[in-house]
Design a binder for this molecule. Structure first.
Ligand code: AMP
Length: 550
């Protein structure tokens, strides 16, 4: 027997409608590419989104078609989030840090019909426009006065002209099946071609509910949220949606991601919560520390994308009184999987024990189930020691990639052995409280004499050394042990540090056999488009380093 409740589809447009009706005067503040600060309310943002939805329809964008964006975090990008998805088309956020060839490949693979972009990326788009075979319209996200006098892009359209050309009255967001595709994001793909993850309205709205829960990101109407994580990287971890769901003020930093620019916005706009990858926070903390500044309103910061080093957690919590919310996720998970909020019985533990728990990636939020399996595929116990590949399933986990080959067909199911579990490629332990800790990656692991060595632990220790700016630990081939850990280190400017001193720093902190065999000092560690260390590149460069040692 069916329940007798209203059947309302979970649609992204309902988030904006809620923000407009229930939090209409709440502000969205953006630092613009034009250099100034722009302010609007959710009422204004919703009206402009409706007009942009009409403009997209006038450009011939049909339901299901893709509209690409190359844009910073800003109100126009946010309008496109709602205008495109709300109409039943698909918002495809492209990562402008990718190489032009890769961007062209992705836009072509996604069959983007329209490309909207910030002025920063005009030269980039000019350089690839000829190769974008499916794009029919290019839209520069500026007003009329900021349009270039001449450009290599034929028929370049002006974003504000498109909005001005449409009326707001009488527009209703269409209703359709909640499983309709809403947005598209390609994974960073350090090997092979990038893969498209196609989110649905249902998966996005459910992820939004879960992300706002108290033991997840704990969002509310009193919050002022500044996503540093880009809107082109897994929908800024869902914050453009969750801010509307809870009615929070949203502060969008545009291209200003340096420590000084961010800190100014935090202070002038009264930001209470921010979110970003560790590399961003390194810049911010360095600026705050060197200038003797404080955070007067910021209470929480979400750190994810790669492991939050304990030294960073200490700087935020002990020095600045900012709670670190350590989270783990993936593009394939929309992205939130686990969040590291302590349970009741853990709160009064001694500081060191609490830190150990907080350094883990966290516990699964409702909607995500997980398990760890050994090489034989058998599930391993949640004892905090057994480590195996992490598999997940849930309502916002990818089922199959967008037409994996260029044949128009969806890719095969991603499930391991048809069991309905997505293999994350991460290697993890889970403790009795359900806290997952990544110890390595299946695609990037150190296995020494048949035993795992956690490269992330070794990096965290190295990063805590005052003379180390960045450290990567890779598996170097070894004649006896097959693989041994090798540290690749960038010294801080003007710091002096030698191999033996750094290796002595590991003493007592880990099992002796985990100590890296050697250290290679380099000027820079190659980073991928989302700021992650390209370990495969490092392995190519330095993987043979230990072969001639005993
Ligand atoms: P992406 O899809 O680019 O977001 O990358 C997802 C991958 O980033 C995961 O599979 C992990 O390997 C890594 N990752 C994300 N969050 C964390 C975290 N908090 N700690 C360690 N690794 C992380």
């Amino acid at each position: 027997m069916n329940g007798l409740m209203m059947d309302q589809p979970l649609l992204i447009s309902t988030l904006l409608r809620h923000a407009e009706r229930h939090h209409g005067t709440q502000e969205v503040v953006s630092r613009r590419v034009e250099g100034d600060i722009h302010r609007c309310t959710y009422v204004e943002l919703a009206a402009r989104s409706r007009r942009m939805a009409r403009a997209m329809a006038a450009l011939g964008v049909a339901a299901g078609q893709r509209v690409g964006t190359l844009a910073w975090n800003g109100y126009r990008h946010l309008e496109l989030y709602y205008a495109v998805s709300g109409s039943g088309a698909v918002l495809h956020t492209l990562n402008p840090r990718l190489h032009a060839d890769q961007l062209a490949w992705i836009a072509d693979h996604a069959e983007d019909q329209v490309l909207c972009f910030d002025k920063t990326f005009l030269p980039l788009v000019e350089s690839v426009a000829q190769r974008l075979t499916t794009v029919r319209h290019f839209v520069l996200m500026v007003d009329h006065d900021h349009m270039p006098a001449s450009t290599a892009i034929p028929g370049l359209l002006c974003y504000e002209d498109l909005i001005d050309g449409q009326a707001d009255d009488g527009f209703e967001w269409p209703a359709f099946d909640e499983n309709t595709a809403s947005s598209l994001c390609y994974t960073s793909g350090t090997t092979g071609h990038p893969k498209g993850v196609l989110y649905s309205h249902r998966s996005t709205v459910l992820h939004t509910f879960a992300s706002a829960l108290p033991d997840a990101l704990n969002l509310g109407a009193r919050d002022v949220i500044l996503p540093v994580v880009p809107m082109f990287h897994v929908n800024a971890w869902g914050l453009p949606y969750s801010a509307c769901m809870v009615g929070a003020k949203l502060v969008l930093p545009g291209p200003g991601l340096g420590g000084k620019s961010l800190h100014e916005l935090f202070e002038t706009e009264g930001v209470t919560l921010s979110a970003g990858v560790p590399t961003v926070w390194q810049g911010l903390l360095a600026h705050v520390q060197s200038q003797g500044l404080t955070f007067s309103t910021m209470r929480r910061t979400v750190i994810g994308g790669s492991a939050c080093p304990p030294a960073m957690m200490e700087a935020f919590e002990d020095t600045h009184g900012v709670q670190v919310i350590h989270a783990w996720g993936m593009t394939e998970l929309s992205p939130i999987g686990t969040v590291g909020i302590l349970k009741g019985h853990q709160q009064d533990l001694p500081r060191e024990q609490r830190r150990t728990i907080q350094a883990k990636q966290g516990r699964g939020v409702f909607g995500i189930d997980m398990k760890i399996v050994g090489d034989d595929g058998e599930e391993l116990p949640w004892d905090g020691r057994a480590s195996g590949e992490l598999l997940v399933r849930g309502a916002w986990v990818v089922d199959r990639y967008l037409k994996a080959d260029h044949d128009g067909q969806p890719g095969p199911l991603v499930h391991r052995n048809g069991q309905g579990w997505f293999p994350t490629g991460d290697v993890a332990t889970v403790d009795a409280d359900g806290f997952m800790q990544i110890t390595d990656r299946a695609k990037d692991v150190i296995k020494s004499g048949g035993e795992w060595i956690g490269s992330i632990d070794l990096e965290n220790i190295a990063m805590a050394h005052p003379a180390v700016a960045m450290a990567a630990c890779i598996a170097a081939r070894h004649p006896k042990w097959d693989e041994r850990p090798l540290l690749v280190v960038v010294r801080k400017p003007d710091a002096s540090l030698e191999r033996d001193e750094l290796l002595a720093f590991f003493e007592g902190k880990i099992a002796k056999w985990w100590t890296p065999d050697d250290v290679v000092f380099v000027d820079a560690i190659p980073l991928g488009a989302t700021g992650k260390m390209l370990k495969n590149r490092l392995r190519e460069q330095h993987g043979g380093h230990l072969l001639h040692k005993d």
